[in-house]
Design a protein around this ligand. Structure first.
Ligand SMILES: Nc1ncnc2c1ncn2[C@@H]1O[C@H](COP(=O)(O)OP(=O)(O)O)[C@@H](O)[C@H]1O
Ligand SMILES: [Mg+2]
Length: 244
């Protein structure tokens, strides 16, 4: 049992920015003064250690795992348990065990927020998560493209069917604004986020701009301070915090 608010970041699709959002939302909530953990439940396609540039493993204490701590947030990922980039070949029941392991065998303590980075789609991990963490709320991520929203909807529908409260939709990669310009270019089209929110009967919580990664940084997927994307993550964190 996790002691704190649990929020899963889901989508029917890969590559829409779930992991980026999960990590940056965790960092933004931390900046608002909250205590935060991020649990990477993308067992096959874990990416949280890379996004946060963590290259060490958690220590153990009395058979329990002490989560890795970076930038003030606690982190657990399958990436800490495998060697290098080895592929993971597991069957369904083992995935369930992993979720149990990450929730019960890690010394999380009591925290304000647990952010769950979910794998794409509505497969085994999502099903197990729904059963094991019934108190979890969810946000569904999509890109502005109508077809992307259509696929993302399946994750939202599943959450609602399993009695998880969907607190809203986040549209990522909504537009691009050149540096120092207010001009918005809707590169991936428009309207997907709003359409999905309407379909699920929830609010569109935010629209995040496309921002070039800072390749000179150790963690290019974390936007630099005071950049437009970082400001939007902070705004979103405040909105989401207001929903708990
Ligand atoms: N707002 C954004 N602007 C620019 N690149 C982004 C944005 N959001 C995500 N990305 C990039 O898109 C790719 C996929 O994002 P990721 O968070 O891994 O998606 P998912 O977890 O849904 O598969 C990554 O390379 C990430 O850095
Ligand atoms: Mg991901």
């Amino acid at each position: 049992m996790l002691k704190g608010n649990v929020l899963a970041v889901t989508s029917g699709k890969g590559g829409v920015g779930k992991s980026s959002l999960a990590v940056n939302l965790a960092l933004a909530l931390k900046k608002l003064g909250k205590s935060v953990a991020i649990i990477d439940l993308d067992i096959y396609g874990f990416s949280v250690p890379k996004i946060l540039n963590i290259d060490y493993k958690p220590k153990t204490f009395n058979g329990k795992i002490i989560p890795v701590e970076t930038q003030g947030i606690k982190v657990m990922s399958m990436g800490f348990l495998v060697n290098g980039n080895d592929p993971i070949v597991w069957r369904g029941p083992m995935l369930g065990k992993m979720i149990e392991h990450f929730t019960k065998d890690v010394l999380w303590g009591e925290l304000d927020y647990f952010i769950l980075d979910m794998p794409p789609g509505t497969g085994d991990v999502a099903l197990d998560m729904h059963l094991m963490i019934p108190e979890s709320k969810e946000i569904v991520v999509t890109t502005p493209h109508k077809a992307a929203a259509f696929v993302a909807e399946r994750a939202g529908t599943m959450a609602i069917k399993s009695n998880h409260e969907v607190i809203g939709v986040v549209e990522n990669m909504s537009y691009f604004s050149p540096p120092d310009s207010d001009e918005k270019y809707f590169i991936f089209g428009k309207g997907g986020g709003q359409e999905l929110a309407s379909q699920l009967g929830v609010e569109l919580l935010g629209q995040l701009p496309i921002q070039e990664p800072d390749e000179s940084s150790e963690a290019p997927a974390i936007p630099t301070e005071h950049s437009p994307l970082e400001e939007e993550y902070l705004k979103l964190a405040r909105t989401i915090d207001g929903k708990f």
